[in-house]
Design a protein around this ligand. Structure first.
Ligand code: SAM
Ligand code: SF4
Length: 344
């Protein structure tokens, strides 16, 4: 990387990433692959998914260089995602590189959990701190319908494997589709409570590859809360530690466990959003629903990284961030990319 920039550029390199609405950006989601071993209905097409050729993916060095440039600008929270991030070979090498970058104090991964059993030891050794595992059902037949593949057993084994590492923060994420797994809300909560794992419900967003989203298929966080409260008693709000945290958390009435809600559709958290995203091929996005992307790959792939140009491009991306995702606005169009191509 280049060093020794003139003082003005050093200043521009160090100022925080603040958008036009005063939001300070601290969180970066990095997609390391668009490939996945399953085909969740709410994310990927059943057939014919087109994936990036390997040579278009950013290398681990390029991802790490990007983070090294952004960390002094205040990015301190990284989440590795995809596609299925554990399909990227030797992912622990990237984790190791990122975990040693000064300023990074939170390093997490979001995974479907199916490869965790074989990889968790390497990931922990490399410095991974937190794992979010997607779990939408406890029924194999529903898993097969929802993910269009078998695999629940592997997900559950992956969750069990995390128990060997009690210092890791593990959380379960569930997405409910009204026609498919609505009756799993209570069993999922019971499972999470029995496992002493926090569970979060995420509302279905219009980011599915088949463009089949409709509001009636989405189950709102409010509905889920009502169902849980009628089974387990009133949910008690847990004070937020971090205002940029999208999840609103509650404790169960008996004090056994936490349940969180990311109500991105019905109660958007855009006013406190501090996230930026980098796709697997190096496009930067300022919003899941944004229509614009900024090409970081062009700069990251140069032999000598022009740090100042990279920062300018990052700042341009941040500056163009809109006040809100606008899902409820007339004429709203979902982005060209589906969730697996952005990185959830
Ligand atoms: N493959 C990994 C996994 O499933 O956890 C990581 C990538 S996945 C795109 C990340 C998260 O996005 C998952 O928790 C998944 O449930 C969520 N997701 C995918 N499609 C979504 C959609 N249309 N609306 C809301 N969340 C979605
Ligand atoms: Fe794969 Fe995750 Fe998308 Fe499901 S949500 S298809 S596991 S990338």
């Amino acid at each position: 990387m280049t060093t020794g920039q003139p003082s003005t550029s050093v200043k521009s390199v160090c100022e925080p990433l603040i958008d036009g609405f005063g939001r300070v950006h601290r969180s970066l989601r990095i997609s390391v692959t668009d490939r996945c071993n399953i085909r969740c209905q709410y994310c990927m097409p059943a057939f014919g998914a087109e994936f990036l050729p390997n040579e278009r993916l950013l290398s681990f060095d390029q991802f790490a260089n990007f983070v090294r440039v952004l960390a002094p600008l205040g990015i301190n929270d990284l989440r590795i995602t995809g596609g299925e991030p554990l399909m990227r070979p030797n992912l622990e090498q990237l984790i190791k590189m990122l975990s040693t970058i000064e300023g990074i104090d939170d390093l997490a991964i979001t995974t479907n959990g199916m490869f965790l059993t074989e990889q968790i030891q390497r990931l922990v050794d490399a410095g991974l701190q937190r794992i979010n595992i997607s779990l939408d059902t406890l029924r194999e037949s529903t898993f097969r319908t929802l993910a269009r593949r078998n695999g629940l057993h592997d997900v559950l084994s992956g969750i069990a494997a995390t128990k060997q590492f009690p210092h890791m923060t593990v959380r379960l994420n569930a997405l409910v589709l009204r026609d498919l797994n609505m009756d799993e809300i209570i069993p999922l909560a019971e499972f999470a409570r029995a496992q002493s794992l926090p569970l979060r419900f995420i509302e279905f967003m219009p980011l599915d590859a088949e463009r089949a989203w409709n509001k009636s298929r989405m189950v709102s966080g409010t509905e889920v809360r009502q169902m849980l409260a009628s089974k387990f008693g009133p949910l008690n709000p847990v004070p937020r530690k971090d205002s940029s945290q999208p999840s609103i958390d509650y404790a169960f009435a008996d004090g056994q466990g936490i349940v969180g809600f990311i109500d991105s559709v019905t109660q958007p958290f855009c006013t406190s959003c501090d996230r930026l995203r980098l796709t697997a091929e190096g496009k930067m996005r300022n919003c899941l629903f944004g229509q614009e992307e900024w090409d970081m790959a062009e700069l990251l792939k140069q032999e000598h990284l022009d740090e100042q140009r990279l920062v300018e491009r990052v700042r341009a991306c941040v500056a163009r961030k809109k006040a809100a995702h606008g899902m409820e606005a007339p004429g709203f169009q979902p982005p060209q990319r589906a969730m697996f191509q952005i990185g959830g």
